[in-house]
Unconditional design. Structure first.
Length: 296
């Protein structure tokens, strides 16, 4: 079954819900980076959140970047997304292997660390991007994003993110974001809290082959939900190219380029997001050097 994201209104339009299934997307990330089970769960949660947040962008000019840096052994994780919910990402220590937590589950918080920050950069193609930063509250990712929305965007939001992994890879992955509208009542909020608690883990619901519409009804307790807009298919896509890497080489400075040409005679660059390797010959490097000198 393909991945998808749907947007929903519940409680007669007083509550907004975005539900995502990202199993294939997270499995591709696992294969690309050869992720361990715990880093699959960690990066998978952030990729899922990136794809959900991508649905709120309006045009191809907009780009979202999420950076999470904790004090755990996984190191920094970075995810980018566009308005089509095409995402890519990496984690600094992809093969990290740590024991399960006290509940017998993958220890995402132990890997990420419980102290650190989320940094969200929203580039809308204008002069200055929006930058929001918020301290981590648990390292479990979903709770941290809920805190980020409350503190940085002044938006009370319920966030759930889950990745279920077995020996063959990713069994299920997905998440949801529930945002009460300004006209939501205190009764609405109470009902939502009760149904979210009763629903359980999003990854288990997806593993039971529940449809996103069924999940939305279960987490809201509203059987009269309204699906709005078109279904979105989130994907793991890297847009790197040799031209992009060449532009990166041009920024390191003429002296550094000259040293690489003289000492190595070539350069090999690897994309963080997809591990694609780009080799530049001595002749190609000399051309980059000539162009850099001409610009300067």
């Amino acid at each position: 079954m393909q991945d998808k994201i749907i947007k929903i209104l519940a409680y007669e339009g007083r509550v907004s819900v975005i539900c995502a299934k990202t199993t294939n997307l997270v499995e591709k990330a696992r294969k690309v980076h050869d992720l361990s089970p715990v880093t699959t769960a960690l990066l998978g949660r952030i990729l899922t959140m990136g794809s959900i947040m991508g649905t709120e962008m309006k045009s191809a000019k907009e780009k979202l970047t999420i950076q999470i840096k904790g004090n755990g052994p996984a190191g920094m994780a970075v995810v980018t997304a566009n308005h089509l919910s095409q995402v890519k990402g990496y984690v600094a220590n992809p093969q990290l292997d740590i024991p399960l937590n006290e509940d017998g589950k993958l220890d995402v918080a132990g890997a990420m660390g419980r102290e650190g920050y989320i940094n969200v950069i929203k580039d809308k193609g204008l002069k200055d991007p929006y930058i929001g930063i918020c301290p981590l509250v648990s390292g479990e990712i979903a709770e941290d994003f809920a805190e980020y929305f409350a503190k940085s965007e002044q938006k009370n939001t319920a966030v759930a993110l889950g990745v279920l992994v077995d020996k063959n890879g990713v069994k299920s992955a997905g998440g949801y974001m529930i945002t009460p509208m300004p006209d939501a009542t205190s009764e609405d909020i109470t009902m939502l809290e009760q149904h979210i608690f009763q629903a359980g883990a999003i990854s288990k619901m997806l593993d039971q082959n529940m449809l996103l519409e069924e999940i939305a009804k279960k987490i809201t307790g509203d059987n009269a939900i309204q699906v709005i807009g078109e279904t979105i298919e989130p994907t793991y896509v890297c847009d790197c190219s040799k031209e992009f890497m060449k532009n990166g080489l041009a920024t390191i400075g003429t002296q550094e380029l000259q040293t690489i040409i003289e000492e190595d005679g070539k350069a090999e660059l690897v994309c963080h997001f997809c591990n694609q390797k780009y080799v530049f010959t001595k002749e190609e490097l000399e051309k980059v050097l000539t162009e850099s000198k001409r610009r300067n």
